[in-house]
Design a binder for this molecule. Sequence first.
Ligand code: ADP
Length: 274
Amino acid sequence: TSPVNDALTLEFNIMPYGVEQYLLIVRDITQLKQLEQIRKDFVANVSHELRTPLTVLQGYLEVMDDEHLPDKAMWKKAHNVMLDQTKRMDALVQQLLTLSRIEASARVQFDAEVDVPAMLLQLEQEAQTVNRDKQHTLVFDIDPTLKVTGVTEELRSAFSNLVINAIKYTQEGGYIQVSWQRQHVKAVFSVNDNGPGIAPQHVKRLTERFYRVDEARARNTGGTGLGLAIVKHVLSRHNSRLMIFSEPGKGSSFSFTLPPELVLGNTKKRSRPL
Ligand code: ADP
């Protein structure tokens, strides 16, 4: 194998061909190599993500085995940390399963009707619970008539990831606006926050699996680094893509548009009567 340049990997094979003749077969294996690298990175990332909480659990279990066990307060602390860590592993495994389910099924049946307004109403209630500590102002601006066709659970996961992220990453007392509105024959979902914002070099990498802007902060918030990768896959299945506008220090806007063919209630243009 001899790389012609950094980006291209070629495989050369020489085979006998007739009398004193040889056949040179050159194969471009760049994509295969890249896929192999992605797979290796993925396995390394998953192992790392699972190992961190496991190390913490192991540490606490070892302390508990000590004959001179510390006082009750210490027990309580150990219990809370262990619970947090197991929750984190659970969230990671859940999101990995979601991601692999979405990736594995190339074509799925769309549900005839996804009642997005009802879904967002439920999400608003869940968001209020998550928001309890943060005391953000949450504003949901929902068109109650705007329903679509699509994969219900996948869309729920996309809406939820974007809303929960805005709550998680915006500093206390922030302002978050969630909107689901018709724009001509399309449906537009957006989440705007006045949180920390994201620098441009990070924005373009946010939908990569396990990519986090600030490792430590994201870990503290219980993030797995898979949320936006899931959103990206869900949207590509719904002929849409995630748009991110963000300004460090000012806030972020995550939005997507569902195309007319997925929006219910769009009447086909009728030719004018004579
Ligand atoms: P995580 O599970 O870490 O939240 P995501 O894939 O959902 O993973 O998000 C990737 C990263 O994008 C986060 O770790 C965070 O750094 C950044 N991010 C996502 N949403 C926001 C937001 N609304 N404001 C600021 N940063 C955000």
